[in-house]
Design a protein around this ligand. Structure first.
Ligand code: TEU
Length: 544
């Protein structure tokens, strides 16, 4: 397009509010805490914050179980603070993208409370009910994400209701037009308050057809999204990003081709799920295979090259820390964190930084189940033990992949509780705050933070990063992640040693070039027959 949407040159930053900054000492992060860190985020250069849920919630799933979409959880603040956050962020050129969790509500939401009370309530049909449990093996006999059946009996309702996640997260019935209209009304209420858009939780599930066992990408998925756009986006310039675990190169453009008026972009998870065990899933991770990882990125860059847009990320609040999963969180931590940032941020798409990633924060290192707070980890641990899996085996999987790895408090300083809170944090602070913290890292010109800051500025400055074509170089190389971007006469070569041992890249005539390394600012000539790269060494050469 002739005019680039604002979100193509912007970098996003995800805040998980409970773990970001606590202003009042209750051990839980809050909105006032976020406001206090806006200068830090402005210095980093981000264009928008994806704010994980701050709505009223009993917090079974840390706010992804919403009991009132138009109220703020008192632990996080009040509407007044939320309005102040929106205004203070905007004054710094930062948009607030709120989390839209509309596949389900909390069982404490007024809609569910009314629905369970009476069969004749207008809200009964806001949810999915049946009188009897599904027959074993029937298409709708499914397992919920956080364990157990997707059908739970509600004594007050005298019926079973459907839930894809915890039993306290009943799924909304998207086939009900009155329910959909209420959701759109709520979205407009927030948009009118001045937010910059929505991140849409498990949005690929709203078109489900459970009678046929179809959950993701159901028959009504795209009609509903188009209806949502028409009802909420007219005359606005928002960012919408969908969480789409079921994305394929074929269906991704359906979600994000601008001509279809659905979403600005989507998150897809192939670089995550490809390295999970076929049976035990995330609880038994496989090692990262670099040629496979590269092929996944190459495939997705191609899939969304012209129709649609990618959301780029290594981590989020559901995933392990980027440097622990894809890099080295020991001796090579800083170098590998900078390498990962560079490889991702110089691709086409909108990059998302998960809080703490910009200082190279690592996994939690928990060793016992009582250190965990996550409903998924706790539920599935109990189920695993019942199934005869050894505690030590489950704990090894959790240490690698539990969602709590990303949820330990943000490490601001080396002081008490890492400067996160003057009270007792709701989840343990990583003891490595003594060496890994924002104060120390951001002051180091060779630290992780300054690399992110540079990459964010480069994206704003250089159209080739936003719009250039993408091509993997030597895709089968086992140590080096290299690719080329091109735009008109411009050419950008990104070459990274993805490993902790030196690597050589055989140079073909195609890689011979004279350019400027955007990372160091130095002029550099690639010539001869091979290029030697130190562990995690990365360069980004823009042709002179
Ligand atoms: O996540 C969707 C989701 O499918 C994850 O729960 C994922 O399955 C899990 O991490 C993999 O083991 C979204 C939110 O990002 C997550 O935090 C919520 O718990 C979930 O939806 C329910 O709202």
């Amino acid at each position: 397009p002739a005019v680039e949407p604002w979100w193509q040159s912007a970098t996003g930053y995800q805040i998980y509010p409970a773990s970001f900054a606590d202003s009042n000492g209750d051990g839980v992060g809050d909105i006032a805490g976020i406001i206090g860190k806006l200068d830090y985020l402005q210095d980093l250069g981000i264009g928008f914050i994806w704010l994980s849920p701050v709505y009223a919630s009993p917090m079974v799933d840390n706010g992804y179980d919403i009991s009132d979409y138009q109220a703020i959880n008192p632990r996080f603040g009040a509407l007044k603070e939320m309005d102040r956050l929106i205004a203070e962020a905007r004054a710094r050129g930062i948009g607030i993208v709120m989390d839209l969790v509309v596949n389900h509500t909390s069982d404490q939401h007024a809609w569910f409370q009314q629905a369970r009370r009476s069969k004749t309530s207008p809200y009964r049909n806001y949810y999915l009910w049946r009188d009897n449990p599904p027959a074993k093996g029937a298409p709708d006999d499914m397992t919920a994400s956080f364990g157990g059946s997707t059908w739970s009996y509600d004594a007050q309702a005298g019926a079973y209701y459907f839930h894809m996640f915890a039993a306290q997260q009943p799924d909304l019935n998207w086939a009900n037009p009155a329910m959909r209209a209420d959701i759109y009304k709520m979205m407009n209420w927030w948009l009118d308050r001045g937010i910059a858009g929505f991140r849409m939780d498990v949005i690929d599930l709203i078109g489900k057809d459970i009678a046929h066992g179809i959950t993701a990408n159901g028959p009504n998925e795209h009609p509903y999204l188009q209806e949502m756009t028409a009802a909420t986006q007219a005359g606005r310039d928002c960012l919408t990003v969908g969480e789409v675990w079921s994305a394929t190169p074929d269906n991704a453009p359906l979600y994000s081709d601008p001509a279809r008026h659905e979403l600005s972009m989507i998150f897809q998870f192939e670089a995550v799920t490809r390295f999970w065990d076929d049976q035990q899933g995330k609880w038994k991770p496989k090692p990262i295979d670099l040629p496979v990882l590269k092929s996944i990125f190459g495939k997705w860059q191609a899939a969304l090259a012209t129709r649609g847009w990618s959301a780029l990320f290594w981590g989020n609040h559901d995933l392990p820390r980027a440097v622990s999963r894809y890099g080295d969180d020991g001796a090579g931590r800083v170098a590998s964190a900078k390498m990962l940032a560079t490889v991702l941020h110089l691709m086409k798409g909108t990059p998302y930084i998960y809080q703490g990633e910009e200082i190279g924060m690592t996994n939690a290192g928990f060793t016992s189940i009582d250190q965990y707070r996550d409903v998924e980890t706790i539920n599935l641990h109990a189920i695993a033990l019942q199934a005869g899996i050894k505690d030590a085996d489950f704990m090894a999987g959790a240490r690698a992949n539990s969602r709590d790895n990303a949820r330990t408090p943000m490490q601001w300083t080396d002081g008490p509780n890492a400067g996160f809170s003057r009270g007792r944090p709701w989840i343990a602070v990583n003891p490595n705050k003594a060496t890994i913290n924002a104060a120390a890292d951001s002051a180091d010109p060779n630290g992780v933070y300054q690399r992110y800051r540079l990459l964010i500025a480069l994206r704003k400055a250089l159209p080739i990063i936003r719009q250039g074509s993408f091509r993997l170089i030597q895709p089968n190389h086992k140590q080096i992640f290299a690719y080329e971007r091109r735009l008109g006469e411009d050419r950008l070569l990104v070459i990274a040693n993805f490993t902790g041992t030196p690597a050589t890249l055989p140079l073909t005539p195609n890689e011979i070039m004279v350019g400027r390394d955007l990372l160091s600012g130095a002029d550099r000539t690639l010539s001869g027959t091979t290029l030697l790269l130190q562990p995690y060494e990365t360069m980004a050469l823009l042709r002179a």
